[in-house]
Design a binder for this molecule. Sequence first.
Ligand SMILES: [Zn+2]
Length: 418
Amino acid sequence: MCRNFINKVFYIKFFVFILFSASACSGDNQEIAGLLYSDNKPVSVGISDGRITSVKHIGKLPADIHDIFIAPGFIDNQVNGFAGVSFTFGGGELTPEGVKKATIELWKTGVTTYLPTLTTNSHELLLKNFTLLAGVIDDPDLLGSIPGFHLEGPYISPVDGFRGAHPKIYVRQPDWTEFLELNKAAGNRIIQVTIAPEVEGALDFISKCRSAGIIVALGHHNGDAQSITAAIDQGAAIATHLGNGCANMINRHLNPLWPQLSDDRLMISIIGDGFHLNPEEIRVFYKVKGPEKTIITSDVTSYTALPPGKFVNAEGDSLELTREGMVRYPAQNVLAGSALPLKKGIANVMKVTGCTVEEAVNMATRNPAKLYGWSDRGIIGPGKRADLVLFKIVDNEIVIMRTIVSGKVVYDRNTIIK
Ligand SMILES: [Zn+2]
């Protein structure tokens, strides 16, 4: 190629970048173009002071961005850890730097809002980590990416299989006084608790959560139809990672799946990574609950974004991270959370259900935002937070091109953001 041609290409690309892309160095007015995820039509989104100011349909997009979707930033309601950082336990203490590192790495995967998820452990450790998290989540560097926390356990089933990877010695019955201590340490930012409906004291606990405005999820349980219905009557709103946190051998008639699927009041979250559920399970769950009442979650752990290998966790258990991104306990042959980010699950759910980009994205943006009552997240519209993700779909995979949080470009595939 001659030099003139190369120069021309450079200037054209540079012009297109300035005209159609967010400016990486400016937090002021921006116009971002792409295919709107909800109708596949070219759109220009205006941003100012961290908020969306306008959404306008436009003509044809330039060739080099003609296939880039623009969508609300992904919302992940179950993040146990990321990139070597664990919110409950793992190799080393949780630190403010660790929380920032995990957040920055999550941004690279298109997640702009997430709930650090603390799982079953000692009261002292949960108190300590909630205290640390509460002290860091309002740091301006995090751009409001962490509105609150998810406490999964310790009030779950102690029975093997249903308990999953949660350490048995720390599983206990619901204790409202203890929970209030944890929530106080968390700056009253625990917004979801996952519990088992059949354990003693669960219904009273759910009722108190409802009064306090805290979302109750059912998970890691062996509830029968009666206890599940009673829990939903008390206000339980969602089933956590349906189909997981469940023993391998269950009664074909009497098991926790049917009552949770058959009650239209209950939403579900599903781990769409391709390891936690078979395609047939995802299809059935999706057909029953539909795109309005399904949330795609990741259940990612600290092993995400690490190279494959064998690890020993803080409890002394051996874990294996496979090349494909599966985290398992070889000794029990059970999964121990995921190592694949939310975008993987969104793409996989789209692939196995045949749902549209709009439906898949809504299940990871609009639906969780609705559940938690966030009116300014999970949607693209004037006045909403400018949390946006630009992505391509290549061979059934979502390739993140750019992530914008509160109007700031925090990741660009082609540019190193400092
Ligand atoms: Zn779980």
